[in-house]
Design a protein around this ligand. Structure first.
Ligand code: NAD
Length: 279
């Protein structure tokens, strides 16, 4: 008997990284899983997004846990794609109980140097895309009088950091959206919460733009040099330089198995790191 037997979860950005870890954590508790991911690179970003092969791999790993799974290519910025993916989930699985609005991207520049394209891409993805997925699932959750929504914000929305003005504005926005939605659905059996992870060891953290921002004195810094820099800065919490995706999944599981008493809250997991004017 799993804690989520009979539940259906819809997870955005689920092809890899934290989304994949959350899919496996919820599946291990018996939930059927729909993983939605754009699986397409974004021109303004200096690192790759997930691939359709990674999405298929997540589906396979979930199915190996003995539950049903489906992968959907969906850009969370696109209203029609989001609405179709949610409608398809309900048509195939008969319900939709859990939304993990997890997808997200990062880009680095000071406010002064941020282009319109970079600003719009980050806000459209990390804030508007979260809004669109939450909006899409609410009618069904109200009908069911049951829903658990967790949106992924960031410790950047608790501590802030330079070079991330658009990212941090979006992540603060997610917290405002979550708190507002939680009030609007209070009494309908739906909870809405935000999680704020510090750095997590995924492709959003291990990529060339991140190495460059941490090691501005080095030409083409490598992952090894970046990791050395994290040690030099004593980055992180209690000697842990960055979280594993599964560290975040444990908090997600706590929030989605709660019986309805935790809503409009923000769960912080790990420090972003010492603010030394870098990240
Ligand atoms: N890794 C970190 O250090 C860190 C820290 C705090 C918060 N976060 C947040 O955690 C969440 C998960 O990121 P991750 O660390 O697993 O990184 P990741 O890059 O491995 O995963 C993000 C996923 O989102 C997908 N995606 C991007 N744009 C999309 C869109 N428009 N529609 C649908 N899917 C889209 C990508 O293809 C990718 O699979 C993000 O919201 C991120 O901002 C990450």
């Amino acid at each position: 008997m799993g804690q989520l037997d009979g539940r259906v979860a819809f997870i955005t950005g689920g092809a890899r990284g934290q989304g994949r870890a959350h899919a496996l954590a919820l599946a291990a508790e018996g939930a059927d899983i729909v993983v939605a991911d754009s699986c397409a690179d974004v021109p303004v970003l200096g690192y790759p997004m997930a691939t359709e092969e990674q999405l298929a791999e997540t589906v396979k790993l979930v199915e190996e846990l003995g539950v049903r799974a489906r992968g959907v290519v969906m850009d969370a910025r696109d209203t029609a794609q989001v609405d179709d993916a949610v409608a398809g989930t309900i048509a195939e699985f008969g319900r939709l109980d859990i939304l993990l609005a997890n997808h997200g991207i990062v880009d680095f520049s000071t406010v002064e140097k941020t282009s319109d394209e970079s600003w719009s891409t980050i806000i459209d993805t990390n804030l508007t895309g979260i809004f669109k997925t939450i909006r899409a699932v609410l009618p069904r959750m109200r009908e069911q009088r049951y829903g658990r929504i967790v949106a992924t914000s960031s410790m950047g929305a608790r501590q802030t950091a330079p070079n991330l003005g658009h990212y941090i504005a979006a992540k603060w926005g997610v917290i405002g959206l979550v708190k507002t939605t939680a009030l609007e659905v209070a009494g309908d059996g739906i909870t809405v919460n935000a999680i704020c992870p510090g750095a997590v060891g995924t492709d959003l953290f291990f990529n060339q733009p991140t190495y460059d921002i941490f090691c501005p004195d080095l030409e083409n810094p490598t992952r090894e040099q970046f990791q050395q820099r994290l040690d030099d800065l004593d980055y992180g919490l209690n000697g842990v330089r960055y979280l594993e995706p599964e560290d975040v999944s444990r908090t997600i599981l706590y929030l989605v198995t709660d019986r309805g008493l935790i809503s409009g809250q923000v769960a912080e997991i790990g420090l972003l790191g010492p603010a030394r004017g870098i990240y």
